[in-house]
Design a protein around this ligand. Structure first.
Ligand SMILES: NC(=O)c1ccc[n+]([C@@H]2O[C@H](COP(=O)([O-])OP(=O)(O)OC[C@H]3O[C@@H](n4cnc5c(N)ncnc54)[C@H](O)[C@@H]3O)[C@@H](O)[C@H]2O)c1
Length: 311
């Protein structure tokens, strides 16, 4: 494999999870983070994630001993084959971190930023080699959720976007290519569309918070996790597939779409949503729910791995 050492820069929520993921895939990981006790915290988190990664299956070279912590960002980046950047989500901090990464990393090494909202085009301004910066946006937690969103900014070389996509696919991720920079990338925009409507349905009294959760988690959400919404639609059209589905139901769906709500413009809605969540959780053990959620996620990922024809 072309990439053997990963520099993980910034080891908070996302960086620690990426570090554990790359270790589990058999890489050497060299991390850096200026926070006091960052190394101890990172090692604790990797220990905590490891049993789940073992359940999902480790690479034969995988070992927590392959984790090193460097005193500076240039030290961590020197000799790396791929850099995963996970620092704070502020443009001036990202630019400073990228400058430090470039002090150490070889000039053709890809730097992938995990940024949820900053534009790669803005982050790469001032870089010595802006053509190697790409987006490598994971879904939290990266050690479990396979999706990575990849795109290039205006100065990124298309071949480096291709290299990043190929790299993520080679380590078992499910990368997608985003063709154009838009706020929120793709997956967060899709979530946003649903969030906008769920707030509207609850705020206007159409359904409770609990019933909206049930509608998704025991309804379309079950299918979306297996095929995604387009293939689910294709299946819904029977022999005629998506074409029949849209010809048949499209006009009605167009009317429903015209009736959808807007995202709330003020914060008044928050109390209603929080009350709904409290009502839904009353008498339940939230910590236990989260443990069960994680156990089921691992089981689902393992089950999906047994179905190679599923895209
Ligand atoms: N939390 C999420 O759900 C999520 C999901 C996908 C992507 N992201 C993105 O991942 C990145 C990190 O987010 P997070 O949630 O892990 O934040 P976090 O606050 O948990 O971690 C940020 C880390 O950066 C470190 N740091 C501060 N200054 C630094 C510097 N100069 N150089 C290197 N490291 C520095 C901090 O000590 C901290 O450990 C952000 O760009 C965010 O948009 C977050």
């Amino acid at each position: 494999m072309a990439h053997r050492t990963i520099a993980v820069i910034g080891t908070g929520t996302i960086g620690a999870s990426w570090a554990a993921f790359y270790l589990a895939r058999g890489f050497r990981v060299v991390a850096a983070d200026p926070a006091p006790s960052a190394e101890a915290r990172l090692r604790e988190l990797v220990d905590a994630f490891w049993p789940t990664l073992e359940t999902l299956g480790l690479d034969h070279d995988a070992s927590k001993d392959n984790l090193a912590f460097a005193p500076t960002i240039p030290d961590a980046s020197r000799g790396a084959d791929f850099v995963q950047e996970n620092g704070p989500e502020r443009i001036e901090v990202k630019r400073a971190i990228l400058a430090e990464i470039e002090e150490g990393a070889g000039s053709d090494v890809i730097i992938a930023t995990s940024s949820s909202g900053l534009l790669v085009t803005e982050a790469q301004q001032g870089m010595q080699h802006p053509e190697r910066l790409v987006l490598g946006h994971p879904f939290n937690p990266p050690h479990l959720i396979p999706l990575v969103e990849v795109l290039g900014g205006q100065q990124s070389a298309p071949k480096n976007v291709d290299r990043a996509l190929a790299f993520y696919a080679s380590v078992g991720k499910k990368p997608i290519r985003i063709n154009r920079e838009v706020p929120g990338h793709v997956a967060n925009r899709l979530q946003d569309a649903l969030w906008r409507e769920m707030f509207h349905l609850v705020a206007t009294g159409v359904a409770s918070v609990e019933d909206v959760d049930t509608a998704v988690s025991y309804g379309p959400g079950l299918r979306w996790a297996l095929l995604g919404p387009f293939l689910t639609m294709h299946a819904g059209g029977g022999d005629g597939g998506i074409t029949h589905f849209l010809e048949h139901l499209g006009p009605a769906m167009r009317d429903w779409a015209r009736d959808l709500g807007e995202y709330p413009e003020t914060d008044d809605y928050i109390g209603t949503m929080a009350d709904g969540v409290s009502a839904e959780l009353e008498g339940r053990d939230w910590a236990e729910i989260l443990r069960e959620r994680d156990r089921l996620l691992v089981a689902l990922l393992a089950a999906k791995a047994t179905a190679p024809d599923i895209p």
